[in-house]
Design a protein around this ligand. Structure first.
Ligand code: ATP
Length: 239
């Protein structure tokens, strides 16, 4: 239900061997909310996503999803529990068709259910529907991002984590991707955690935002308040 914390991260630290990239990150994501994490190159956004999706060990602190710890839990277990991560750079299978990529997204589920779900998910991305038989490698950057998101949805996530969905995407396609994300949240009550460098577009659809710098949260608040904040405008919106 809205108003219930689905994801609670408390004082989480993670890194690469002896190099610490996150220093005690705390954040909360309510069910059916869109929360964005903003920050410059190297701030630790990708590291956070990877720590929350079992791709990187958590060295300190806690992360709970729906009341259960998710720190240092294998990725496949997290996917089955409903945490799905769409990585930076999309990682679609270039040699496979759009449909084949989508089928792979539903690998944890019965095949017949997945076939029906593909049709449903494609309603959010009409552009992909037109290219269903094309090889993923022939799609534009924006279409590949749509495919990566749609493939993530095929796993039936409760929490979808997106790492820089606007990266390498033409402006008009960005708008269409973010509009689709908002529509998906509204209709499916899906919870979204979005990491972005493009603060403008992320704050536009988010309910709440966090700004991280060198692995620490330096600002947080309602997305509308952050969008109007002068410091943020100067640092991330070129204004
Ligand atoms: P970007 O937008 O470039 O992805 P980011 O905010 O996602 O930036 P991270 O990729 O999480 O930042 O990087 C956070 C810190 O961790 C940086 O100082 C980076 O140099 C370091 N780092 C990232 N990956 C590795 C790695 N594989 N080994 C060692 N250090 C790394």
């Amino acid at each position: 239900a809205p108003g219930t914390a689905l994801l609670t991260v408390d004082q989480l630290s993670a890194g690469y061997g002896k190099i610490r990239a996150l220093h005690g990150i705390s954040l909360t994501v309510q069910a059916a909310q869109i929360v964005c994490v903003l920050g410059a190159n190297g701030a630790g956004k990708t590291t956070l996503m990877r720590a929350l999706s079992g791709l990187l060990p958590v060295s300190e602190g806690t992360a709970c999803f729906d009341g259960q710890s998710i720190a240092n839990v294998p990725t496949e277990t997290l996917v089955r529990r409903g945490i799905v991560h769409v990585p930076q750079g999309r990682m679609v299978f270039a040699q496979l068709s759009v449909r084949e990529n989508l089928v792979l997204g539903g690998f944890t589920r019965p095949a017949r259910e997945v076939r029906e779900h593909i049709d449903h998910v494609l309603d959010y991305f009409p552009r992909l529907k037109e290219r269903i038989g094309s090889r993923a490698g022939t799609l534009s950057g924006g279409e590949q991002q749509m495919l990566a998101i749609a493939r993530g949805l095929l796993a039936k996530p409760r929490l979808l984590m997106l790492d820089e969905p606007s990266m390498g995407v033409a402006p008009i396609m960005k708008d269409s991707i973010f509009a689709a994300l908002r529509e998906i949240r509204d209709r499916e009550r899906l919870t979204l955690l979005i990491v972005e460098q493009d603060a403008d577009i992320a704050l536009d659809i988010a309910d709440e935002g966090y700004v991280i710098e060198t692995g620490r949260v330096v600002m947080q608040g309602l997305a509308s308040a952050l969008a109007g904040n002068e410091d943020i405008r100067r640092a991330y919106l070129g204004g």
